[in-house]
Ligand binder design. Structure first.
Ligand SMILES: [Mn+2]
Length: 334
């Protein structure tokens, strides 16, 4: 982020912190993230919810009913409410999600009535008007990093280990454990502050990365078998069919981060993981690129979006074979 943008961002951060700080404590704040939540979605939601509660706010989360096993140690699940409990008067905050289409399905229906009061996100392509207020930094490593900055700018926040661990999970999972190019000096500074609050880094690493069920590895084996390379090894594509998922007793979320396996091949500059977890489900693409290839621009051609090096798309009404062929053509033409 350049200096001018940074000054504008800090001003916006301060303004939103002051605005939230001044909310009537009786206001019910409900926090949601995107459909199919990942580590940053869970971490930023629970971190913000607990952080607002530490200041006496009446905060809740919605859009999910349980945590995946690798995130089950996170605290704050007692503040998760169902979609049916949402009220028009709720102050809705949406995290890690920049548009209506990415909201959990049930929230998409009630969204027009309730409206989004505040959006905090680091994806590209935020459209003005989605929320009344927005805190967007496309250069942020994770939405959890933005949530930390916001909470730190609110004078009444009482950070503790539970808040810190939620935000730590969001940052660790979105940065590939502080490794991807989105990791900035600020990311590490925030990480240092979170560690100082008592984050159990080794324990969390074990939970998130060191306790996979065997079926997930078997599913990964199927993905590895499917990988093909093109353009002298510059492009690699791997896929999983609904039959693959069924054969290993897996669901879509069991393949989170599988694109990293495809990306790990030496010399690959564009790595795609394509999957259809169920026969009637849309076909999902995860794409990772290296310089100079723009993953978000490539996925935009297929109706998706994301970040410059990591993006995705979800395609309805096409077979997995058709999507594979279409994406291969796009990548080979670059
Ligand atoms: Mn994120």
């Amino acid at each position: 982020m350049n200096k001018e943008n940074n000054a504008m961002f800090l001003e916006q951060l301060k303004r939103i912190a002051t605005y939230l700080d001044g909310l009537d404590p009786a206001t019910r704040i409900v926090i949601s993230a995107h459909i199919h939540p990942d580590g940053d979605a869970y971490g930023s939601m629970l971190g913000l919810c607990l952080g607002l509660r530490s200041q006496g706010f009446n905060a809740f989360c919605t859009g999910f009913s349980e945590l995946r096993p690798e995130y089950a140690f996170l605290q704050g699940m007692e503040y998760v409410i169902s979609h049916e409990e949402l009220q028009e008067s709720d102050f809705l905050i949406v995290l890690d999600c920049n548009g209506v289409k990415r909201l959990p399905e049930q929230l998409q229906e009630s969204f027009p009535k309730i409206g989004v009061a505040l959006c905090i996100d680091h994806h590209m392509g935020y459209k003005e008007g989605f929320a009344q207020e927005a805190l967007i930094d496309e250069g942020a490593a994770a939405t959890s990093e933005l949530v930390y900055q916001l909470l730190a700018a609110m004078p009444r926040t009482k950070f503790d280990a539970a808040i810190a661990e939620a935000l730590w999970v969001g940052i660790v999972t979105d940065t590939g454990r502080y490794a991807y190019s989105c990791t900035s000096p600020l990311t590490l500074e925030v990480g240092a502050k979170l560690l100082a609050e008592g984050v159990r880094s080794e324990y969390i690493n074990e939970q998130v990365y060191g306790s996979q069920p065997l079926k997930r590895l078997k599913l990964q084996q199927r993905l590895i078998s499917s990988i093909t390379v093109e353009a002298q090894g510059k492009i690699a594509i791997g896929f999983l069919t609904s039959e693959d998922f069924a054969a290993e007793g897996c669901v879509g979320s069991d393949s989170e981060n599988f694109v990293d396996v495809v990306r790990s091949i030496r010399g690959v500059e564009m790595a795609a993981f394509i999957r259809q977890p169920e026969p009637s489900a849309p076909v999902n693409i995860s794409l990772r690129t290296k310089e100079p290839y723009d993953a978000a621009a490539i996925c935009a051609k297929l109706g998706g979006g994301g970040h410059i090096r990591a993006a995705g798309a979800s395609i309805n009404g096409a077979t997995l074979d058709e999507v594979c062929a279409q994406l291969r053509d796009i990548l080979c033409s670059l």
